[in-house]
Design a protein around this ligand. Sequence first.
Ligand code: SF4
Length: 533
Amino acid sequence: MSVTLREWQKEYLKTAIEHLRKDKTLLLQSPTGSGKTLFALNTALSVGGTIIYLTRTHNEFNSVKREADRLGLKIAFIFGKASVCPFAQGNEDPEEIDCKSCKLNGKVKDMGNLSPSQIIAEAKKASDYCPYQSLKAKIGNANIIASSYLYFFLPNLRRSMLKEIEDKNIVVIIDEAHNLLFSDEWFKRRIGKKTLKNALEELEIVRKESRISGDKAKEYLTILYDFMTKLDEGSGCKQLPLFPQPSKEALDQLVKAMKTYVNLIKGPIKRSSLRSIVNFFSEEGDVYNCNGSLVIIPNKTWDKINSALNVANYRILMSGTLPELGINGYRINVNVKMGKAEWYYCNNLTSKAKMRSSEAPKYAEVLERIYKLSGSNVLVFFPNYEFKNLVKENVKTVPVLEENKRGVTHEEILELMRNGKYLVLLVMRAKESEGVEFRFENKNLFDSMVLAGLPYPDITDSIVTNRIKRVAKLTKRSEEEVAHELTLITIKQTIGRAFRDPNDYVKIYLCDSRYKEYFSDLGLNEKEIKLFV
Ligand code: SF4
């Protein structure tokens, strides 16, 4: 199928192909909506083999499918077992779904040319075939495999995917590759007090049903539970230099008890809190108290990223805001203007952590004013869920739609936006902030966007500060520079939701006095910004 390329795509394609062949790694920075996906696929096709296209969430699979269809390429989707196994709730770890004890194991059927959201809907209804295995069966013949980051960067999952394409040339495309800066999050493990309580109950069941005594395991879990009840449950994560560690004997008993407990469970879903505890202590790394739970960030997560990248013969890392990642490759920066913004600045507001409670009513008032001035929906992005909730409590006079951590789907939000006018309350870097579109028939479903607060990294959180230190070391920059860059990436990615087409026109409200420090990074001079409050 012939596809018309945009001017910038024609201009850079030859260079990109040459350098992908020569340097093996291409670093592409081009604005959101400028056509990176099509460009990267065309570049990748030139070196042959199978393309593995990685996205942050399943939401982004749609645009990959659209471009694959335009290019006449066969695409396969990899979904986690929890997303497409009809017996799963959706939040299981892959190892908690045991296909060997499933009546659908090995029953594969062609699910047809469904869209990613149709696949998920169909999969949940499956009763005579396994959707997970049916999707995987398509990998071998596909030109493109679309998968989320985790499937490629977690070694076990990657191995299961690559088994299907052994001996093939692999080109990996990492969409929105700035997310690699946050990759420590992908490897973390968490246990809370509830996990411990459940583990103690599971241990009792095992003790009753088998001859395993588990006395050391019980003693240890009780000590750990007591320790955790004394932890500060305040916000954020604090590094824990000391916490009770299991003795070798206790850990051996936990492993044995976990295996016995899992064998006692009937059916393919084998959830076990004992397993969560065993997995937690099988990692080495920094341990944190995050709101009363224990979180471990394993050591050397960046080495794991590098070994995954090295599995591919060629790599294309791309983003609208591609930072310095310490990865060598040929870099292309594309400067094309996508749409037009009318800029407003709220100098009288701040979302600084200490001021949030007192500022929330002021933010609510400003949002209600913006809503009344707008002819359509207003997208409002907050730096975090807590601040969103605080402000929402104060919004009284206009209809509100909001993103929850769980529950509302993107399609449901779009449907409501198409048929009404809302303040749509969203969170930066959450699931509705990157790689998703708020459009219908190629037009925005909003005319105004508010950045309600500055997404400056939370430096009271030790996971965040350790991440900044790690990136600063990796890229040989100061921690201040890295923190500034992380903030800027989030700002630009959020604003990127507004512009997908050269004809887009959106009012952007930068609502925090600290945005002034980012005007020049955003290419703005003060004359073109109107003071709103
Ligand atoms: S084989 Fe069964 S348990 Fe495994 S993914 Fe398929 S349906 Fe789920």
